[in-house]
Design a binder for this molecule. Structure first.
Ligand SMILES: Nc1nc2c(ncn2[C@@H]2O[C@H](COP(=O)(O)OP(=O)(O)O)[C@@H](O)[C@H]2O)c(=O)[nH]1
Ligand SMILES: [Mg+2]
Length: 664
């Protein structure tokens, strides 16, 4: 038995809260024991942020009228006791709708007017301009008011053909997605370009983002959806209607907008909706079941997915059943099975990834702190040896020792200057690296593509420009990787020297692998080639559309490059922070040693006192280490009980009696 999506998400939320709390305690503890420095602080914050702001996006994609909005209502919003997203006959979602929750903002619907398409900005930029959005408040105590307000997302406007063209919306009769002009030469276009629904729903508050999309026509017009939003969703639910089967436009969306990227197939579910249309009195439950099975198989075949990735449901009956608390109808609707697949399968995997990342972060944090503790311990050991050698010695010997320590200290300070020089080279290499991975570097790599896409009558050279540009991008990533290796070699050499000369325990980890970034670039390329290679050629002939495509593409790539730069930066910071920490510890150790020798010089009891102090300090170090291990053991998350189990058997074995009941 697996968990439903909602349960899974709830458990995850609980874990995240307790993690954040534990992390805070750890931070306080580190501060109290002088184990905190700027880099460790930053890493703690990053871990905390990673867990707190972890968003999980589920996108519902498919041709209009397949029941996407109804399914969203059924899975997430049945608790409101009514339909929240508009999904009744003749009321179709006309713009992409994002349901999410931003704390500190009142519940509201924000709408971006379609006219913003006249400008080259993508939705991502418009997000930064809150003034451009129409904002309508939602009254959380009044589901009627919420539903009524959300009907805005179905609004259309009548505009002259020329204006629709200027907005980059399909008007060409050859394009079968276009709306046909009426007698006055007017066409219907969506009133809004994008909607963001800010709702303090428990799941949304915990970081769930639901993306409801309109049909093919609107998806095709907004490359940002295909290039950014849908590929970045953690799960994609592709909707089909049992009443229509797999149509040509269903296939177009599947192929051109979801792409057949192998690794993404895992995070994809196909929902065959409206099975209730078969529940009539004339068919026996066995016949109904057989027909559903046939359609599942046919859908799986036409889309090229495994049969168990196709789930048959009735969103409408599922919603109704939840509202009426009718468990038998709910089972018959197939909704619970779908929810388990989404929860245990897709979300479970996604959360396992986050937990693994966090476990890694905690482990390396622990290593860093242990390194500091180890260094302190070694320093104490050496002091102890030094002091024991002084037992029963006269003041001349003690003076000689002070002299030795002072010489050692001077030599050490002299080498600190050399260290500065190495550091300067390191910084320069890093700066070059960031420059190449930054927005300006990216623009250079994309210049050829931009030219080809924007040039008049371009389309022939475009494929080559794509190939070249993406090769260049991959190259840039490989070059960054090579620089990382160079930095590692250089720091490694310096660190080894310091370890030998001063008994440091410095170590540079290998530079982080950027293979996943290179892989991501290839995935973006594949998806993109698919996009430009198919039905979208026509659209690409319009310069505004080409501009939008380029724009969406660079936004997506920028985030990949940024991620690579961040990884490298983190890694390099850890290495230099280690060095700083050990330099600092060593400096104060010199001061303590000289102080101790002075005390021993002044009073016979000084030596025994100092030895006792050091023994005490060693005991405390052991306690600290023990406590550290306790903290990290608590932080490394335990997976929920059913992890690692195979996804539950999803064959839609709806009990015959239930179908009978539902059809009665
Ligand atoms: N019979 C039946 N109709 C459904 C079901 N789900 C949705 N519908 C209807 O199909 C139409 C389109 O639904 P909607 O959710 O708006 O589709 P969307 O355009 O994909 O979001 C509406 O009239 C819904 O009432 C279902 O499970 N069974
Ligand atoms: Mg809809």
């Amino acid at each position: 038995m697996g968990f439903s999506f909602n349960q899974r998400f709830d458990q995850h939320g609980t874990w995240r809260r307790s993690f954040a709390h534990q992390l805070e305690l750890l931070g306080q503890w580190m501060g109290a024991h002088e184990l905190m420095d700027a880099t460790l602080q930053e890493r703690l914050q990053r871990l905390e942020q990673q867990v707190r702001s972890d968003k999980v996006t589920v996108a519902f994609v498919g041709e209009f009228s397949r029941g996407k909005s109804e399914l969203i209502n059924a899975i997430f919003f049945a608790g409101y006791g009514r339909r929240i997203m508009p999904a009744s006959a003749g009321r179709t979602t006309m713009c992409p709708c994002e349901l999410s929750y931003e704390s500190g903002m009142e519940a509201c619907l924000r709408l971006l007017p379609i006219e913003t398409r006249r400008q080259a900005f993508g939705v991502a930029e418009w997000r930064l301009k809150p003034g451009s959005w129409v904002r309508l408040p939602l009254n959380m105590d009044d589901p009627e008011q919420i539903a009524k307000t959300l009907e805005q997302v179905t609004e259309m406007r009548s505009v002259p053909v020329a204006e629709a063209r200027a907005l980059g919306l399909a008007t060409d009769a050859a394009d079968d997605a276009a709306s046909v002009p009426d007698a006055n030469g007017m066409v219907q276009v969506p009133k809004w370009r994008h909607a963001i629904i800010n709702l303090p729903h428990p799941l949304l508050k915990q970081g769930l983002v639901v993306l409801d999309t309109p049909g093919l026509n609107a998806v095709g017009a907004e490359p940002e959806l295909t290039i950014n939003l849908i590929p970045q969703a953690h799960a994609v639910v592709f909707m089909l209607g049992l009443d229509t089967g797999v149509t040509r436009s269903d296939l177009t969306i599947w192929r051109d907008h979801l792409g057949a990227a192998e690794d993404a197939l895992d995070a994809r579910l196909v929902v065959l909706n409206k099975i209730d249309t078969l529940w009539d009195q004339l068919n026996t439950p066995e016949e109904v079941q057989a027909q559903i099975e046939r359609q599942r198989r046919a859908s799986a075949d036409s889309l090229g997915v495994a049969l168990d990735q196709v789930v048959a449901v009735s969103a409408q009956k599922g919603l109704l059943a939840k509202i009426r608390c009718d468990d038998e109808l709910l089972q018959a609707s197939g909704l619970p099975q779908l929810e388990v697949l989404l929860g245990t399968g897709i979300m479970g995997r996604r959360q396992a990834i986050l937990r693994a990342t966090v476990a890694n972060g905690v482990q390396s944090l622990q290593n860093e702190i242990q390194r500091v503790l180890g260094f302190r311990r070694r320093d104490l050991d050496e002091q102890m040896l030094e002091l024991r050698s002084l037992r029963g010695k006269n003041t001349a010997v003690i003076d000689a020792m002070r002299g030795r320590i002072e010489v050692e200290q001077q030599e050490f300070e002299a080498s600190a200057i050399k260290i500065q020089a190495v550091r300067a080279v390191h910084m320069k290499m890093l700066r070059d690296l960031y420059q190449r991975l930054g927005p300006r570097g990216l623009r250079v790599h994309l210049a050829e593509l931009a030219e080809a896409l924007q040039g008049a009558g371009l389309k022939l050279g475009v494929r080559k420009a794509y190939d070249d540009s993406f090769d260049r991008l991959r190259h840039a990533m490989e070059a960054a990787q090579a620089t990382g290796a160079e930095i590692q070699a250089m720091l490694g050499g310096t660190f080894r020297q310091l370890n030998t000369d001063y008994g440091f325990s410095l170590q540079v980890a290998p530079a982080p692998s950027l293979a996943s970034c290179t892989h991501e670039i290839t995935a973006i390329e594949q998806r993109h080639l698919q996009y430009v290679g198919m039905a979208n050629r026509l659209r690409l002939a319009q310069p505004e559309h080409a501009q939008r495509v380029l724009h969406a593409l660079s936004v997506r790539l920028r985030s990949v490059f940024e991620a690579a730069a961040n990884e490298l930066e983190q890694w390099s910071n850890v290495a230099t922070a280690q060095l700083d920490a050990q330099l600092r510890e060593r400096r104060s150790s010199f001061v303590r040693r000289i102080e101790a020798v002075n005390r021993i010089h002044d009073a016979a009891s000084g030596l025994m006192e100092r030895i006792a102090e050091i023994e005490d300090a060693e005991r405390r170090l052991n306690e600290l280490e023990q406590r550290l291990l306790e903290f990290t053991a608590q932080l490394v998350p335990q997976a929920p009980a059913d992890d690692g189990m195979a996804a539950p058997d999803m064959a839609p074995t709806q009990p015959q009696s239930l179908i009978r009941l539902a059809t009665a």
